[in-house]
Design a protein around this ligand. Sequence first.
Ligand code: C5P
Length: 414
Amino acid sequence: MTQRILLIVSGGIAAYKSLELVRLLRRKGIAVRAVLTESAEKFVTPLSLGVLTEDHVFGQLFDLKEEREIGHIQLSRQADLIVIAPATANILAKMANGIADDLATTILLATDKPVLAVPAMNVRMWHHRATQRNLERLRADGIHIMEPDDGDMACGEYGKGRLPEPEAIAREIERLLALPPLPDPLTDQPDFAPPPNKGGLAGRHVLITAGPTHEPIDPVRFIANRSSGKQGFAIAAAAAQAGARVTLVAGPVALPTPAGVKRVDVETAREMLGAVEAALPADVAIMVAAVADWRTADAVGQKIKKDGSGAPAPLALVENPDILATLGTSSSRPALLIGFAAETQNVTEHAQAKLAKKGADWIVANDVSGDVMGGETNAIHIVTADGVESWADMPKAAVASRLIEKVANVFRAD
Ligand code: C5P
C-alpha cells in the first residue's frame, strides 16, 4: 500500500528545500500532500509544490471550499505521518503551546498521527532558551524532532540551525514510516500501550559499529570494501529513537549522523577497536561494520612506485584484530552482543558457526551476493542459540526498527 505523508511547510528561507524533499519522497513511492503556512507562501509557491505533489496544495483554514471538500481532520486522517519541514521557531512554539490559529497548526493539534518536525532557523533562535524549552516539551509530547545541521546560515552567521539535507530527511521519514503504528490514545488502554516515543531502551547504552574500514597501503592507496554504512547508521537512528544513549563508531562513509547519536569517526580496524573499547561499558553492542580482515604488514610513508620490471609490488598482509570476538571475551562484555555476518553462500550455516566462534548472542546474517552492500533493502536471518528467525527483504530502516524492537524486548523481559 502506498504510504502517505502530509508535509507542512512553514515560512523559513529553507522552505525551497521542501521541493527537493517532495521529489525524493515521490521517487521512493511515497505520496505527498502539502500544506503551506501563509509565510511559507512567500518562499515557495503553491503552484510548484502542487506540480511536484500532483495534488492540491492546502493553505487556508477558512477557505470554505477546502473545508467542504476536505476538512483539516481528513487531511491528517489520510496521512501515515505528518512532517513539518522546515519547522520554524514560530510553528514549534505554537505546537508546544497547543495554539491552533491557521490550517497547519490546527491539523497539528487535532492529529493522532506520528509527527516529525525538522527545525530550521537562525542559530541564535535555535539556542534561545524559549526554543529549547519548546523542543523539550514537544519531545515529551512524542513529537519526533530532527537535529538541524551546523553550517553557514542564509543570514551570514554560522552555527546550528540549517535544515538537514533533503536526503537525510527522506531517510528519517522512511524510518518512521517503518515503525509500528502508535496506540490510539482514545481507545487503547494506557496500561497496555507503551508511552509513545519513550522507547524500550531508555537509560541503556547501545554501542554500534558501521561502515567499512580503510587499511592504508601507502599515503594514497588503501584496502577497503563495499560497505556503505547504511544499515549500521539506520540501527543507530532506531536505537536513539528508542531512547538509548548511542555511540556509533563509524568507518569512512559519507552519511549524516542520525539525530541524538554520538559519532566517533575512525579509519582502520585498529582504530575502530580502540574507539569501541573506549566507549565501554555498554548494555548492547551491535557490530555492523564490515571490518577489513587484513591490513598491510607495513604501510609505507611514500607512494609505492612501479619498479619497471613489470612485476607487481609485493603486498604482505597480516590479520586485523577481531573486534566482535574481542568483546565476546572482554571482562566488560555487553549484556547483549550482536554481530553481523555478510555471506555469499550457506548463510545460516556460517552464521551458526560464527555465533560460537565470536562469543556473540545473536548473529544477523545476510546474503550479500546481490547488491545489499550499498543497496536500500536487506533480507536477514537472526541466528541465536534458540534457532534461526528469517525476515523477508525490507528497507534497511525497517530492518533497523524491528531489530531494535527485538533488542528492547530482551531488556523488557529482564
Ligand atoms: O568473520 P566475519 O568478518 O564474517 O564476522 C562478521 C562480524 O564480525 C561482524 O559483526 C563484524 O562487525 C565483526 N568483525 C569485527 N572485527 C573484525 C572482523 C569482523 O568486529 N576484524
